[in-house]
Design a protein around this ligand. Structure first.
Ligand SMILES: [Zn+2]
Length: 156
């Protein structure tokens, strides 16, 4: 990492407040649907204290339906389930039920909550972190504690 890189990213860590960063990754990032990547390279920064990774804030507004429509083609929960429910069995197999049972599980960027839905009976609590507002009512109705961003969930 160059000195220039360090000065470009100077905001404090959104989790722990530290302001010393390393570069975790530099290159294209997924934009929208799986398999679609940015033309420009982006940097994923790693907090030197808590090891969390962040992409510097972009101009995309993740709260608006426009973003969800770009990602999945539609912002309705039912459309999200059609696209993503089938991926969940593989995720559960990879993680293993022993790593979920009795634990508090937060899914950051959970969409309409397909993964949280299948682990609800295993986890002691499920936390949905999803900026797309059009999914919040559905997530809360299913019993997931719902936040727009990680920083909103810090108290809990
Ligand atoms: Zn941190």
């Amino acid at each position: 990492m160059t000195k220039k890189d360090k000065t470009i990213f100077s905001e404090p860590c959104r989790i722990c407040g530290a302001s010393d960063w390393d570069i975790l990754y530099r290159g294209p990032i997924r934009l929208g649907k799986f398999g679609e990547y940015s033309k420009a390279d982006h940097v994923v920064w790693k907090c030197s204290k808590c090891q969390s990774g962040f992409i510097a804030r972009t101009r995309l507004n993740y709260e608006l339906s426009d973003y969800r429509e770009m990602v999945d083609g539609c912002d309705l929960p039912s459309h999200f389930y059609k696209l993503h429910d089938k991926e969940q069995a593989d995720k559960l197999k990879m993680l293993g039920t022993e790593n979920i049972r009795g634990k508090i599980i937060a899914d950051v960027g959970c969409g309409a909550g397909s993964f949280l839905d299948i682990i609800k009976g295993l986890a002691s609590k499920t936390i949905a972190v999803e900026p797309t507002k059009s999914f919040h009512h559905e997530l809360r109705t299913k019993g997931h504690v719902t936040y727009s961003y990680c920083e909103n969930a810090l108290k809990e």
